[in-house]
Design a protein around this ligand. Structure first.
Ligand code: 6PG
Length: 245
């Protein structure tokens, strides 16, 4: 099932997204005693993180039950300003009482293939013999239609075996580590956070255009039986067809 919710501006989007994460966390803890979430990189999640880490929402999450993973990472050390972990640390993880051993970082400082093996082990250790079904995966979308580090034309977009891969992404001139569609489409829930007019053309193509994941990798995200929720601001939604019904 795909749901689309449009908010007037990035602040309202971040507020609604943060509340949605809290509700998902509470439901997961009630049902299974833990909440596993993969964070997204990029700039859009910053506001969401800050709202999650501030009253009243911060008190509504049992952080002792939360396990944080990452959807992708740049192959740089954690202190590098390009690191998704560093952004998450600054805006969320060092502001909430989550046990540090429940933060499952992609080790971007390692050689890419070693980082991939390390992260696959991290996932297997957590999920043990169960399928790697994360409760929630947060994703952004680039104006070229990429999500996580699944960029147009990359083999990773069509990966059907491995849970994590590394690829050199010429578009951003760096190695990236990313969850593959195998893991993403096992998630109970995927939330796309998309804001800004620059995304409007691509968002219309992704949501309303033909299925072409090599050009628009975000289209490869079709969790089943999980759900996809698109949380977008009015600027990004400006070119979508008016809702019918
Ligand atoms: C990354 C992200 C990437 C991001 C999109 C959107 O590592 O950069 O995982 O997929 O979500 O590029 O980024 P913005 O939120 O900055 O537009």
């Amino acid at each position: 099932m795909t749901a689309i919710r449009v908010f007037p501006d990035p602040q309202a989007l971040a507020e609604a997204a943060a509340r949605h994460v809290v509700e998902s966390a509470q439901a997961a803890v009630d049902a299974r005693g833990a909440f596993s979430i993969a964070l997204s990189g990029g700039s859009t999640p910053r506001e969401l993180h800050l709202k999650l880490a501030s009253p009243p929402l911060v008190e509504q999450v049992d952080w002792s039950r939360v396990h944080v993973f990452f959807g992708d990472e740049r192959c740089v050390p954690p202190a590098d300003e390009r690191s998704n972990y560093r952004m998450a640390e600054e805006t969320l993880l060092n502001r909430v009482p989550i046990p540090r051993n429940q933060i499952h970082r992609m080790r971007g400082e390692l050689p890419p293939e070693q980082a991939v093996e390390d992260y696959e082990r991290e996932l297997r250790d957590y999920f043990k013999d169960e399928p790697p079904r994360l409760d929630l995966i947060l994703l952004g979308m680039g104006d070229n239609g990429h999500c996580a580090s699944l960029f147009p034309g990359l083999a990773a977009v069509h990966e059907q075996q491995r849970w994590v891969v590394a690829e050199y992404v010429a578009e951003v001139s760096m190695w990236r580590i990313t969850l593959t569609p195998v893991i993403i489409n096992l998630a109970r829930e995927v939330i796309f956070l998309v804001a800004g007019a620059a995304k409007a053309d691509m968002l219309r193509q992704v949501l309303e255009g033909p299925f072409a994941p090599d050009e628009r990798p975000a289209q490869i995200v079709r969790p089943s039986p999980g759900e996809v929720v698109w949380l977008i601001d009015a600027a990004a939604a400006a070119k979508l067809s008016p809702p019918t019904g």
